[in-house]
Design a protein around this ligand. Structure first.
Ligand code: TRP
Ligand code: ZN
Length: 477
């Protein structure tokens, strides 16, 4: 079933109604409406789709527009857990629009405007439907501002992992993969629509608020509250947005090449993480040597106590780690994601194996270089591990399998097989070339297959059939 068709059917009656209402209005006003069709803007639009038909989350993201920039102005009170937000989105219409959707889970929407004029808004589940007063023409830039508030939710996934808005003692942590970012701001929450972000967060004075990108000012707001501004200028998928509020030791330094590095660590884990935090510049440099120019204008990390979060996440420029997941290998993994996943993002959630295979392969490369463990040894360990054969990495059976072992281990085995087939020189050229060709955009599994075959000049059908799509474990190569 075509979800776009469904959306259109559901919304059509209202679009038709507005045209009838307008016709009556024009009639009442005589023939004075010359050159004025649609809803007064000379445009006769249709509603944007409620989702992007992602194979795992069909309603995630929205059709009909492309967000350029998010300006999030937030106020958080750790005592009550209440968030007050204003999200200003600058977007470009990709069709004539009579209405468009935003994704938002929970919270209360207080008001919505489009280009300064109040807009009607409807809610159904995680879909907000915004109806601007005037239709928006294809190609036009528009600005929509949503005021909202409430206590943001924690989402517990089918695999029991937690994401969304995680409360921590005296603070909070926003974790977004794959759906969590929908709990703290309205937007187009699909990795296919990336945008720049300005995030400003007001918290009680004495607390810190750390987000993606570079610090863009700190201001005393009076009344015992302080605002922290952050700017992420390069395109970012919403699942990579983060926010950490609480008692943090924040340190801003630079790599020898001048790249800003911002780290934030909970004082309770500061001593045990300081040596590895100091290692970030060396790992970023290693990534640059292997995968090409670092894609963002800053780097860093956020480290929290182990109980705050069950896994590390590659949030853009500033991955988040629980202390028990803050080891050198995991740091290499999350830094590698800055190229693979964050700069080159998955076109749909089915393509997430591209993120995890490269990040896992980076771990294997690192272990060979720094610990003398041959990549081949990691390949053999992965091959022997039955968990990696539960399903084909490009075909997780269900959304709860998106971060299953095969996405990581078998995904990395796919890359190792490509390397065996094309040779080291071509393989490492492919890793860099892939990061370069799709820098700051999104790419699919088919894009990857095409790219590898083009770069190597080889037909690798059999390799993909067996390693990427095959439903059983092949003979040991
Ligand atoms: N993508 C993260 C990483 O590999 C891990 C991750 C995100 C995850 N969401 C998850 C792992 C849910 C398990 C369950 O760095
Ligand atoms: Zn990962």
């Amino acid at each position: 079933m075509d979800p776009h068709a469904l959306t259109r059917r559901v919304l059509e009656p209202r679009a038709a109604f507005s045209r009838i209402a307008l016709a009556l209005l024009l009639f009442a006003g005589g023939a004075g409406g010359a050159g004025c069709a649609g809803s007064g803007s000379g445009v006769d639009g249709t509603p944007g789709a409620a989702g992007l038909r992602d194979p795992y989350f069909p309603k995630l993201g929205n059709g009909g527009y492309d967000v350029r920039h998010y300006d999030l102005t937030l106020d958080y009170e750790p005592r009550t857990g209440r968030l007050e937000g204003t999200a200003a989105l600058t977007a470009r219409a990709t069709q004539d629009l009579s209405a468009f959707h935003l994704d938002l889970r929970g919270l209360t929407v207080e008001s919505t405007t489009v280009d300064g004029a109040a807009a009607a808004v409807n809610r159904a589940g995680t879909e907000l439907t915004v109806r601007p007063r005037r239709d928006i023409a294809k190609g036009a830039d528009f600005r929509t501002v949503v005021r909202y508030s409430g206590v943001p939710q924690t989402i517990t996934g089918a695999d029991a992992s937690r994401e969304g808005w995680l409360r921590r003692p005296d603070g909070a942590l926003a974790i977004g993969e794959p759906l969590g970012s929908t709990t703290w701001f309205p937007g187009n929450h699909h990795p296919a629509d990336k945008a720049a972000y300005d995030i400003t967060v007001t918290v009680p004075t004495g607390y810190e608020a750390v987000s993606n990108g570079e610090p863009a000012g700190e201001r005393d707001r009076g009344g015992g509250r302080t605002a922290f501004a952050w700017r992420a200028a390069e395109p970012m998928a919403s699942y990579l947005a983060t926010l950490a509020v609480g008692d943090f030791r924040v340190k801003a330094t630079r790599t020898p090449d001048g790249l800003p590095v911002v780290t934030a660590v909970d004082p309770a884990v500061a001593r045990r993480s300081s040596a590895l935090l100091d290692d970030i510049p060396r790992i970023v440099k290693w990534g640059t040597e292997n995968f090409g120019p670092y894609p963002f204008s800053s780097a860093g990390a956020i480290v929290v106590p182990s109980g705050d979060l069950g896994y590390a996440l590659e949030t853009q420029t500033r991955p988040v780690f629980p202390l028990d997941g803050f080891d050198e290998t995991t740091l290499v993994h999350e830094v590698a994601h800055q190229w693979f996943g964050n700069s080159v993002s998955p076109a749909t959630w089915q393509d997430v194996w591209l993120n995890e295979s490269f990040a896992t392969y980076a771990e294997w490369m690192w272990q060979q270089e720094s610990d003398g463990v041959p990549v081949q040894e990691n390949f053999e360990k992965a091959f022997a591990d039955e968990a990696n054969w539960a399903f084909a990495p490009a075909e997780p059976p269900d959304s709860s399998d998106l971060f299953g072992a095969p996405v990581y281990g078998r995904g990395a085995m796919v890359l190792h097989q490509v390397r065996q087939a094309v040779g080291d020189e071509v393989f490492f050229g492919i890793a860099r070339g892939w990061a370069e060709k799709y820098r700051h955009s999104s790419a699919s599994t088919d894009d990857f297959i095409d790219f590898v075959e083009k770069e190597s000049g080889k037909d690798l059908t059999k390799l993909w059939d067996v390693w990427l799509y095959g439903d059983k474990k092949p003979r040991r190569p």
